[in-house]
Write a new protein. Structure first.
Length: 309
């Protein structure tokens, strides 16, 4: 005895009514029943390596919803003004400067500040209400700068605020442990002359000496100063400091470019000067002596008599 073949019944249809199959369902069924072919395996592998957005599983991001205007909050101008007057000096709450919606049922009223010294500042009063309510509540009140407000400059630490030349003889700078212009006196720099100088300075008991960056910074600053080469200098090259007898070269690697002037008549006396700097007090300069003008013996005029009372 053989049993009747089982026929699948579609959900939602009577058992005696045959189920209908759409072309898409039939195509999907065919693909499911078809054996794994190389081209389908490649498509499956490519789909597995693609990001979710390419496969089609990612949802599109919804655009940001605009904040709806609130007529109840917009009408609470006088309530916001009274809240501003509670923290402001008398007579410093000016005209209403508009309402800015911060979120749904949350807005900020702005009022001009008329206090002296606060030009461009505004009183900001944030108001809100609960859903389906007409009662407005004040959340917070502040004095905020406006777009054209007068503000103090950004605060700078003391060590960054001062500039070279600001310190007097009695002023003291704060200690900078991580100064890029300094390094331990025993650290090798890669230059033989500088290394020898560093070892010698270590023997003097100095814990730190100039680093390579510190030497470059000082050399560039000196060379760009008034004691460096000056453009349009009318003096000839032979009057440069490098050939002057009052020129004292520096020690170490900087001696190839800089020295100290020791001429009391020079405006650079006691200052670091570059080799190509020059002045009129050079040890080898001279001026051409002019011959004295010829004069004649004085003449006496006997015909003119000056009467003295």
């Amino acid at each position: 005895m053989t049993s009747a073949p089982t026929v699948p019944v579609a959900h939602g249809l009577p058992a005696d009514q045959p189920a209908t199959t759409t072309p898409d369902q039939a195509d999907a069924s065919d693909r499911a029943d078809a054996p794994d072919r190389p081209d389908r395996l490649e498509e499956s592998a490519a789909a597995a390596t693609q990001p979710p957005a390419a496969v089609g599983t990612a949802r599109r991001a919804r655009p940001a919803r605009a904040i709806k205007p609130d007529t109840t909050l917009a009408a609470a101008v006088e309530q916001a003004r009274e809240a501003a007057r509670l923290i402001a000096e008398a007579g410093t709450v000016g005209d209403h400067d508009g309402l800015v919606m911060e979120a749904d049922r949350v807005g900020t009223h702005y009022f001009a500040c008329t206090a002296a010294g606060y030009r461009g500042w505004r009183w900001a009063v944030t108001v809100t209400r609960v859903s389906r309510s007409r009662k407005v509540t004040v959340s917070e009140t502040h004095l905020l700068p406006g777009p054209d407000a007068v503000l103090a400059p950004d605060w700078l630490p003391y060590e960054e605020r001062i500039t070279p030349g600001d310190l007097g003889p009695e002023d003291v700078l704060p200690f900078r442990e991580a100064d890029p212009l300094l390094e331990p006196g025993f650290e090798a720099t890669g230059e033989e002359e500088v290394d020898q100088l560093a070892l010698w300075e270590l023997g003097l008991g100095r814990p730190r000496v100039l680093s390579a960056e510190g030497r470059e910074d000082a050399a560039q600053r000196w060379y760009d100063s008034d004691n460096g080469p000056r453009e349009g200098q009318p003096r000839p090259p032979e009057s440069a400091c490098g050939s002057c007898g009052f020129y004292l070269p520096l020690a170490g690697a900087l001696r190839r470019t800089f020295g100290v002037c020791a001429n009391a008549w020079s405006p650079s006396d006691g200052h670091v000067v570059s080799l190509d700097h020059g002045c009129g007090a050079h040890s080898e300069t001279d001026v051409q002596a002019s011959s004295p003008a010829a004069t004649t013996a004085p003449l006496l005029d006997d015909f003119e008599v000056e009467l003295v009372p």
